[in-house]
Design a protein around this ligand. Structure first.
Ligand SMILES: Cc1cc2nc3c(=O)[nH]c(=O)nc-3n(C[C@H](O)[C@H](O)[C@H](O)COP(=O)(O)OP(=O)(O)OC[C@H]3O[C@@H](n4cnc5c(N)ncnc54)[C@H](O)[C@@H]3O)c2cc1C
Length: 313
């Protein structure tokens, strides 16, 4: 069992034998793309896998839940914050290409647009879809992020995962049980440390770069990137998209507090400045109710809604 400061002290401390500081009550608003949310009960930014292991073991010893935080681009965190230990992955930035085989291994904290650019430069095809997604490899592996007809599961070979007991395991594509924006890792206490992908080698870099740029321009033309959001709020049902159902329920521009259904893309909710997580949560529920009344379709959030919203329900 690890020794550490008593939790009731609410003072920062270093994990035993490491340079990793555990901080109490750290605001998560600036670490999410919605720019809302209360504090993490405990927060750390480990630099090494060993520090992640020690952090996870400390949380286990305290009986605390652990959450991996990547780009914060698919999260709605309660204004009341998050219990447990939040571990930011931004220092896991490892990126290695094997141009001959097309294998690429990236640390969990590496940003998707950077990887798309690096792969394109090397003439490796298969990651162009990721250029406009402001998340990390860890978040993409968990969410099965995708766009422009491609997704994480298309090229993933394996993911290295930190288990809740501090051990490390290697999960194959089949182990991850991927489906649309879904994987076995969602809602689990497992942390992705890195992932390996198989891209198509030997393609003319100019061709890969051109497709990557085309995807980026298409997104900038069709999606509202000028205000904080989480991208698409709802999973797309079939046959109509969530955006179509919301738009045709007359909800474009609808506002609760400072949260607004985007005029440019109805499946986006924007923080127009000073929105709270409660404003956004109420708007999500309102949109669900109106779409259900109008189309008898129950929209399911794609965004991960975390923390206590009971006072808002
Ligand atoms: C403008 C905009 C456009 C977007 N467009 C798209 C799009 O086209 N397609 C798409 O799929 N998504 C899109 N998104 C949503 C988002 O970018 C993706 O879901 C992305 O994969 C989330 O990655 P992240 O690192 O930000 O994860 P976070 O938001 O930090 O976390 C998301 C979930 O993953 C977990 N998680 C994160 N990292 C780890 C880890 N290392 N280990 C274990 N769990 C982890 C978190 O605990 C949480 O449950 C968009 C978002 C924005 C803001």
């Amino acid at each position: 069992m690890l020794s550490c400061e008593p939790i009731a002290d609410q003072a920062s401390f270093y994990l035993p034998g490491t340079d990793c500081e555990i901080l109490p009550s750290v605001s998560l608003a600036d670490l999410t793309s919605f720019r809302v949310g209360g504090p993490a009960e405990w927060f750390a930014t480990p630099r090494t896998v060993a520090e992640f292991q020690t952090g996870v073991q400390w949380a286990k010893a305290q009986g605390l839940p652990v959450m991996g935080l990547g780009g914060g681009s698919n999260l709605l965190i309660s204004d009341r914050g998050l219990p447990g230990l939040t571990l930011l992955t931004k220092h896991l930035r490892y990126l290695k290409f094997e141009p001959e085989t097309g294998l690429m291994t990236a640390g969990a904290g590496r940003l998707l647009p950077q990887i798309a650019g690096q792969a394109a430069k090397r003439g490796l095809a298969g990651f162009e879809w990721a250029v406009g997604i402001p998340g990390t490899i860890g978040g993409a592996v968990v969410m099965n992020a995708g766009a422009h007809g491609g997704c994480t599961a298309d090229s993933l070979v394996s993911a290295q995962v930190l288990e809740p007991d501090g051990s490390i395991s290697q999960l194959s594509l089949a182990d991850l049980h991927y489906s649309y924006r879904s994987s076995i890792l969602q809602g689990s206490q497992r942390l992705v440390l890195q992932a390996t992908f198989h891209l198509q080698p030997g393609v003319d870099p100019e061709v890969v770069k051109a497709l990557t740029q085309q995807h980026l321009h298409h997104r900038l033309d069709t999606q509202p990137y000028h205000l904080p959001s989480c991208g698409s709020v709802f999973r797309n049902p079939s046959p109509q998209s969530a955006g179509w159902l919301i738009e045709n329920a007359g909800l474009k521009g609808y506002r609760i507090g400072q949260a607004q259904v985007a005029e440019r893309h109805a499946n986006f909710i924007l923080n127009c400045g000073g929105a709270t997580a409660s404003d956004i949560f109420r708007l999500i529920r309102y949109v669900q109710a109106r779409v259900s009344d109008r189309w008898s379709v129950q929209l399911k959030p794609e965004v991960k809604i975390l923390g206590d919203f009971t006072a808002v329900e």
